[in-house]
Design a protein around this ligand. Structure first.
Ligand SMILES: Cc1cc2nc3c(=O)[nH]c(=O)nc-3n(C[C@H](O)[C@H](O)[C@H](O)COP(=O)(O)O)c2cc1C
Length: 373
């Protein structure tokens, strides 16, 4: 295929400046290897995997491809270490379970009243695996690695990309020494990439069109655009804003190799950009997902939410029952506003190949449409 190279390709050793987000529960070794095989950068989701599981995932990617790939970890302050469920106020737990019990009743599963189980403390052991395995790229969501973690990667030749949602956070991770910054626009599917939970859901919500050029101006390292991008036109637009590449999540959820449930993929094909909402009711942290009975009824209940991943821990039985019943209303289906651009269910390699073709076409079309005098 024709080339479409930027400085990011040289930095990460890839053909095309297209990254696939390391999405928990979605980005397993098959998806990652397909993206990397096609010349992009596949990123394995490391969230909630223990050392052995992560090691196995990395080994499987290496069996499938010899191209560079990444591993993603969250570094959220509420997870380093995870909040102790014993410290949760009893009244809060009661209110949360009260609302969740309505969903349990709808799904026909037993009511609960207790505290959720503790969130396993896995981030540090996962980081050690990344170091030992000398993973080519460490991708960070919801966190700032700080100079010490950066130095340990540098010693082993591991490149670091860190995702941020504000200009201040971009400056902070750049100062820590990361190799590239991912600017996450508010259109993005999944969690808002901040390491402290914002005071309200309106905060840290800047569209990619405004955020990307500001971060390009603010830092000296390469910038990767993310949020709302799903095709070659988006890639060209991101390059025009000063980015050297793109990171896509939602587009790769709707691929054959993604680990998402079939009803989730189907919903992405059927629904438009107005179908998403930002909620903290699924996990305790703000994230963009398809609107559903869960998001709407939880918000209407006025119940508080538990800290990071304790909220999802409390609702785990609901998510499992909803999935088992193929009922999309009570399980998170993360999605960005790019959902309205997604109309097919291709292989992941095809997504990369199509984007490159479309981007080249968009560049040519731009050249014809715009006459510079
Ligand atoms: C299903 C899904 C899961 C995600 N999981 C993660 C994750 O585990 N770690 C992370 O850093 N970002 C995660 N993200 C966010 C992406 O890194 C990225 O910001 C976003 O997908 C870009 O916007 P887009 O979905 O419009 O392409 C996830 C996104 C989606 C859609």
């Amino acid at each position: 295929m024709d080339t479409l190279r930027t400085s990011l390709c040289d930095l990460l050793g890839i053909e095309y400046p297209i990254l696939q987000s390391g999405m928990g529960g979605v980005a397993g070794p098959e998806l990652v290897a397909e993206v990397s095989r096609a010349g992009g950068l596949g990123i394995l989701a490391g969230l909630r995997l223990n050392a052995e599981q992560l090691r196995q995932g990395i080994a499987r990617v290496r069996q499938l491809t010899d191209r560079p790939f990444g591993v993603n970890l969250w570094l959220h302050t509420q997870l380093l270490p995870p909040v102790d469920p014993a410290a949760l106020p009893a009244a809060t737990v009661q209110q949360v379970q009260g609302t969740l019990n309505r969903f349990r009743e709808t799904l026909g599963i037993p009511a609960e009243s207790g505290r959720p189980a503790a969130v396993p403390d896995l981030i540090n052991e996962a980081f050690e695996v990344i170091l030992e395995e000398r993973v080519p790229v460490w991708s960070i969501g919801l966190g700032n690695p700080g100079r010490d973690m950066v130095a340990r990667c540098l010693e082993r030749g591991i490149k670091i990309v860190a995702m941020v949602a504000t200009v201040d956070d971009a400056r902070a991770v750049a100062a820590a020494g990361v190799d590239a910054v991912i600017a996450q626009g508010s259109e993005a599917g999944g969690h808002r990439s901040t390491w402290v939970k914002p005071a309200s859901r309106e905060m840290a919500q800047i569209g990619a069109m405004a955020l990307v050029p500001q971060i390009v101006d603010a830092v000296d390292v390469p910038v990767i655009a993310s949020g709302g991008l799903a095709d070659g036109r988006g890639l060209v637009a991101a390059l025009a804003l000063g980015a050297v590449g793109v990171l896509l999540g939602t587009r790769f959820v709707a691929t054959r190799e993604s680990g998402a449930a079939e009803f989730w993929k189907k919903a992405l094909l059927e629904r438009g950009s107005e179908a998403t909402t930002v909620t903290d009711a699924f996990t305790g942290l703000y994230a963009r997902a398809l609107r559903s009975a869960f998001t709407e009824e939880y918000a209407a209940s006025g119940a508080p939410v538990l800290p990071a991943l304790l909220q999802s821990g409390a609702a785990q039985d609901i998510f499992a029952a909803s999935t088992k019943q193929q009922n999309p209303e009570y399980v998170p289906m993360w999605s960005g506003q790019s959902v309205g651009l997604i109309h097919d269910l291709p292989g992941a390699a095809e997504v990369v190949e199509t984007m490159v073709r479309e981007a080249r076409r968009a560049l040519r079309a731009l050249n014809e449409r715009v006459r510079l005098g």
